[in-house]
Design a binder for this molecule. Sequence first.
Ligand code: HEC
Ligand code: HEC
Length: 261
Amino acid sequence: MRWGVLPLVPALVSVAYGQELESSPFHADPASIGVGKASFRLRCSACHGIHAEGGRGPALNRGEFEAGETDLDIYRVIARGVPGTEMPAFGQRSTEENIWRIVSFLRTFEASADDIVEGDPARGEDIFWNRGGCGGCHRVGQRGGVFGPSLTRIGRSRSVAHLRESLLNPGGDLPPDYYVVRVVTRQGKTVRGIGLGFDDFSAQLMDAAGKFRSFLREEVQAIEREFVSLMPDTYGETLAEDEQRDLIAYMQTLRGEGGQR
Ligand code: HEC
Ligand code: HEC
């Protein structure tokens, strides 16, 4: 083991006894930060991007965190996860030291402007509920449709890159659990909808009218799962570039409580 600096030892002893530290003991230790970076690539980059630039998860390279300002705030999110979201709890699968190393790695980023959208959120909100028709399928808080995922906290959960991708290229990075069920009935009619359940005997889906439907395999010609999006893929053409930016700026402001669906 190569901790390098001796004064770290008391801190590590208190870690070993399960007493929470207030801040990472590794900030001044490049070797530990390197280990933190490697762990991040292995366990976090699939969602947060290889350079912490964000993806399906929020960008973590902005030098600031929703979870709070202190090292301990960041430590706790990593250890406990964010219940009801895709952010898993790593407390059981990772040593405390290793989580602190990752915290130190995340502290190496200075504030960056990458994740800020130049757009007018108020105009975006208007497009969302009116011309864009987004509210017909998506919920924000109590308002809106249920066909697509709730966007109540989308600005907190996702990076700007993911929001842009979701708007212009739906299906490029589907949220987990989002699949489509396609059923061909005995009469040859095709029904497609958001899959709510799928097993060897039956499938349940929500159709475009928001109606819950259930089918038994033995009663239909075919039941299939498709990993495609039922969101229109035409917004790249029907919305001007500044309107797209406004929409993304609006979605970035959505930081409320609530689950993903
Ligand atoms: C399966 C995807 C996924 C993985 C893997 C993942 N995260 Fe996350 N993470 C998320 C999502 C989604 C959120 C936003 C949760 C919310 O809506 O508040 C998040 C939130 C966070 C936050 C809070 C951000 C803030 O601004 O407060 C931190 C810090 C974080 N993750 C660190 C990590 C670290 C470190 C790892 C690896 C050890 C990791 N995450 C692995 C998806 C993931
Ligand atoms: C016909 C219904 C429908 C309409 C209209 C619609 N969406 Fe979607 N949207 C979906 C579905 C279904 C998904 C989940 C599959 C996917 O990610 O493509 C989705 C996914 C998303 C996501 C990704 C959510 C996540 O958790 O990652 C965003 C962001 C989004 N839509 C924004 C918009 C915006 C903005 C508009 C209006 C310009 C819009 N949607 C219009 C159905 C719709």
